[in-house]
Design a binder for this molecule. Structure first.
Ligand SMILES: [Zn+2]
Ligand SMILES: [Zn+2]
Length: 369
């Protein structure tokens, strides 16, 4: 005789057997922390439909989280709103809409906006402000002062496009210490970046690199070969306040295509922490081999600066290279290899000088039986 299965059992089975919702997946970006600092990957220049972008604010949060970023500022134009018939003109609305998801995903979300004047003086982001509303003003000097009073951090965006140049207005903002940073690299196609890099060093400004993206970013992850332009921030803590303090103290580097630009003070330890040189894996007459591991997300391009070692050496991101070192067999084996990292720029025309140190002891090549 058939036994009837109660309806409630079907319901219970339906609940238990339903397919699990696909979890969101995040792909971290690998740059090592520096002594005393955590390395945060940030993008401080992004647009949404609340100015001339094409995506909703929460999409920006999800994109950045998925691609391994730690922090973003959504910086819609203050004075330019082509979608104003369709979205609110409340300048705080974009941040407020994104904040809940950012909190859920533990992504640092920084309130900001883009001051948008004709060039010159051009465009300036102000971030870490508490209330965007008073910043909607025709006078840029007043905007800068009001932003500063709120604890805002202001930087000059894409400085040299449309014939941009340093003017008296920039001087006023700079001398009042309202203008603190410069966007060395903007998006993927900045042709002025080396000049802007020089300007940033000369004026002792915080160096930033940002995507300025307007369209959806369809990348799943950021890699050495395909990533958004971003700023590496060396923060004492992974908080919005930690990022703010680091920017005020100029503890940044810029990752742009396969180049990292910035001050030696931060590039040198980043290289040191990213590279591991093994003891010789094998020795022969006048030759030895070493493993060089690159733990970072950037491909490193090295040129020999001394007399020993390969003339050119490329260390692909997140991989180990076994490198042959030839030397005069009548001389002791080398322990130090001076190189220049040609794509780690400490000035517009100057790569970072480094030394690869080969640990002294000979590693046993005997295999255990
Ligand atoms: Zn702009
Ligand atoms: Zn912009």
């Amino acid at each position: 005789m058939k036994r009837l299965i109660p309806v409630s059992l079907f319901v219970l089975m339906a609940i238990l057997l339903r397919p699990a919702a696909a979890a969101d997946v995040r792909y971290p970006i690998h740059f090592p922390d520096l002594p005393g600092y955590t390395t945060l990957k940030c993008d401080f220049h992004i647009h949404t439909v609340f100015s001339d972008g094409q995506v909703w604010p929460t999409v920006r949060v999800r994109e950045a989280w998925r691609q391994g970023l730690d922090g973003i500022a959504i910086t819609d134009h203050i004075e330019y709103s082509p979608h104003k018939k369709d979205v609110s003109r409340d300048l705080n609305r974009v941040h407020d809409l994104a904040a809940g998801l950012a909190k859920q995903l533990n992504l640092l979300l920084i309130r900001g906006g883009e001051i948008t004047k004709d060039t010159p003086p051009g465009h300036f982001n102000t971030i870490f402000v508490k209330d965007m509303t008073p910043l909607n003003d025709p006078d840029i000097v007043k905007q800068a002062r009001l932003a500063d009073e709120q604890g805002g951090f202001m930087f000059w965006n894409h400085p040299l496009i449309w014939g941009g140049k340093w003017t008296d207005v920039h001087d006023t903002l700079y001398k009042n210490q309202w203008l603190r940073g410069v966007e060395v690299c903007n998006g993927p196609t900045d042709t002025h970046y080396l000049t802007t890099f020089g300007l940033g060093l000369e004026k002792n400004l915080t160096l930033l690199g940002n995507s300025d993206m307007h369209v959806p970013d369809l990348r799943t992850r950021n890699t050495a070969d395909d990533h958004r332009t971003m700023t590496l921030v060396f923060a004492r803590q992974r908080t919005v306040e930690g990022v703010h303090e680091a920017l005020l103290e100029r503890r940044t580097l810029v990752w742009f295509h396969n180049e990292i630009l910035g001050r030696t003070e931060w590039l040198a330890p980043l290289f040191e922490r990213s590279i591991r040189v093994s003891k010789p894996t094998h020795r022969a007459k006048g030759k030895l081999w070493i493993d060089i591991e690159n733990l970072s997300e950037a491909n490193m391009v090295l040129r020999r600066a001394g007399n020993v070692g390969p003339t050119n050496l490329t260390l692909p991101a997140r991989s180990v290279s076994n490198v042959e070192i030839r030397f005069d067999p009548k001389k002791p084996a080398p322990t130090e290899l001076p190189y220049t990292v040609t794509n780690f720029l400490v000035a517009p025309d100057k790569g970072l000088s480094v030394t690869l140190n080969i640990p002294a002891e000979v590693e046993s090549t005997k295999r255990e039986e």
